[in-house]
Design a protein around this ligand. Structure first.
Ligand SMILES: [Zn+2]
Length: 260
């Protein structure tokens, strides 16, 4: 039996109660353990673990350091779901209809420097491993989509009037001739730079605020209406050398691939 008892939720609860987080957490675990015993569960109670126990989390730290040494843990700026009330980051699954699952506050998108694990380095292994597990096909499909394809090409699209390129991963480089427009995630940091001081700025702010109310699952759901807006900027199709207009769209997510 184990308790996922470490972190901000426990800390916030302790602040509300005005007690030491360790005492508060241990007290609650005692209550839960008693309840589990009273409903007759026969776990091996000598093998109980608590994720707030230093004897347990020293191994989390050990794993993290090993990954850091191997360059598999790194820092990068990215948008995250943020609950201002809980003062904590939320996973996509913890955002329900744009609200925090714990306190129902409206969830904000915050641009923060965060730690990432380079799971992409294991994409091939993870994909192959799915062939060896006895999971429902539906779950395997979800996992495959989440891991993403590991073989393909990165195509560099020059941006008109700039040195930098937007580098798009594709498994279908043969369709490049057909590219006639490009769509960026509204939260892509370049977009805000581009519209600043232009006639598109005001409409962009309205569009952006609107999209941020949807969570990432809603935004990519096929059932949800696709919305887009031209932002007055162009990229170059590297095959045809033609100018292609850049739009922003609610169905493009910044953290997925290049965010465009
Ligand atoms: Zn909250």
């Amino acid at each position: 039996m184990g308790y996922d008892s470490f972190g901000l939720p426990a800390e916030n609860a302790a602040i509300d109660e005005g007690v030491n987080p360790e005492e508060w957490t241990n007290l609650n675990i005692d209550i839960v353990r008693n309840q589990l015993k009273r409903i007759g569960l026969s776990y091996d109670w000598t093998r109980e673990i608590h994720s707030h126990d230093p004897n347990y989390f020293k191994w989390d730290q050990w794993f993290f350091l090993k990954m850091f040494e191997k360059d598999l843990a790194y820092r990068e700026d990215s948008y995250i779901n943020w609950c201002p009330q809980c003062a904590t980051v939320l996973a996509n699954e913890q955002v329900q209809g744009g609200h925090c699952w714990r306190c129902n506050s409206e969830v904000e998108q915050k641009f923060l420097t965060q730690w990432f694990l380079k799971i992409r380095s294991y994409a091939e292994e993870l994909l192959n491993g799915l062939n060896n597990v006895d999971w429902p096909e539906k779950v395997k499909v979800m996992q495959r989509n989440w891991i993403g394809r590991s073989e393909g090409s990165i195509i560099k699209f020059p941006i008109v009037g700039e040195e930098r390129t937007i580098d798009i991963f594709t498994t279908r480089a043969d369709t490049l001739y057909g590219v006639t427009f490009m769509v960026f995630a509204p939260e892509h940091p370049w977009v805000r730079e581009w519209v600043k001081g232009t006639e598109y700025e005001k409409d962009f702010e309205i569009f952006y605020t609107d999209v941020m109310k949807q969570n990432k699952f809603e935004r990519t759901d096929v059932e949800v209406d696709k919305k887009g807006m031209f932002i007055g900027k162009y990229a170059i199709n590297p095959m045809t050398k033609e100018k292609v207009p850049i739009y922003i769209g609610n169905f493009i997510i910044y953290e997925y691939g290049a965010g465009a």
